[in-house]
Design a protein around this ligand. Sequence first.
Ligand code: HEM
Length: 465
Amino acid sequence: MRSAPRPSRDGAAAVPTVRSWPVLGSAVPLARDPLGFVSSLRTRGDVVAIRVGPQRMYVINDRALIRQVLVDQAYSFDKGRQFDKLRPWWGNGLANSTGEFHLRQRRLMQPAFHRQQIASYLPDMCEAAEQYVGSWPSGRAIALDEELYVLTLSMVLRNLFSTSAEDRSLARVQAALSVILKGLLWRCLDTTDRLEKLPLPVNRRFTAALTDMHAVVDDIIARHTADRADLLTMLQQARDPDTGEAMSRQQVHDEVCTILITGSETTRSTLSWICYELSRRPDIQHRVQAEVDDVLAGEPLRAEHVERLPYTRSVITETLRAYPVVWLLTRRALTDVQLGSYRIPEGAVICYAPYALQHDPELYPDPEHFDPDRFRADAAPSPAGCPAGRRPRDAFIAFGAGIHSCIGEPLAWAQTVTILATLARHWTLAPAPRTKVRPAARMLLLPDRLPLVLHPRRAPAPGAT
Ligand code: HEM
């Protein structure tokens, strides 16, 4: 039960502070059980202050106030220290930029993610999904999360940058990205900025992976030809409507890096959670298979099928609700900001947890229960008055909201539906015996591992190996 806020001397309500350990603050519960900790804060107040080491942070729990930060007062915040730290390594691509510059880049890149453009990628996506998913081994446990990574990364490389499936970039990006993502996480967490400068093997591996990643991106750009209307062509040909200026070579490079980092691990993680739930819920898996069988009528998936799979889509929405891969995000106040009855001082670090919001029982009754039917058109409205069957605007923020919302959302949907439908056509998923899958809330929310057994649903086509 939340208590009413007490007023401070300037009339604004005093932000309740969560009591914590000396020196470390709330770092211990946050490290020990990150999802449990952020969810427990929800009941403490609309806004609560915590301390993590020396850093004071304002955690926004109320969905209307989160919307204020992301949408209504978005220009009073930037992305904060986390992103300042990423910029020297990752560049000034869309995810790392702010203000006027961000707006300009966003306008230039938006056409590559329009519905029509995504539709033009679909035939290629269906072909890639059929080729990969159909080749997975059957009857024994495989690390499905790793297979899904190769597939989603190869789709991004093929669709957005027109590299071929056999291209050696795939293996290099895959190897580099896993080292980079781990390294970026603890660089963000290190408030001393010192650990990254020590001559440790882990730092040398990070630098080597980053150097290789930048070299692969240069290679992709150098070998690219402008005869396909893909993202890279659009970036190179885009002109600022006011000045007529093109993007610099460095900016094109930074945007390609950004898309590779933001566009593969996110979709792979969501697909991993879907497969995890399907493997433990045969009832849901059978319904997805039945819908896919009905719509595809024995043929491989084609572009026109993708919009005709409503139950499959509600499984994806429920997965994004229950396991939002971007589970925690930060912002920094650029001026003093009034949020409801609270005054947030200039420079303050704000954070909000899509995970905690999307597990609020007022918005989603029985939130730990995985139930795609909550997104059916005829589902009952939730107690907090969220419209039935639709993703309620402020209560579903798996893709963010406002000026920094996910530009890749339409592509993520196209990829996820394509891969899930192809998977359901070929395989029945079962958990590997004697394994327990746990959530790992790091930079993204991933299953810590995903060994699953695939049982074939149909006999191989004549002549297939
Ligand atoms: C299921 C898959 C995905 C999820 C859940 C997801 C989630 C998100 C979220 C929550 C944000 C907002 C971050 C913030 O507010 O600071 C975001 C931003 C972004 N996403 Fe995604 N994403 C997904 C897939 C993709 C894909 C496929 C791409 C590109 C190919 C992509 C590219 C980006 C970029 C460039 C941004 C920064 C946008 C900006 O600041 O203007 N994402 N994503």
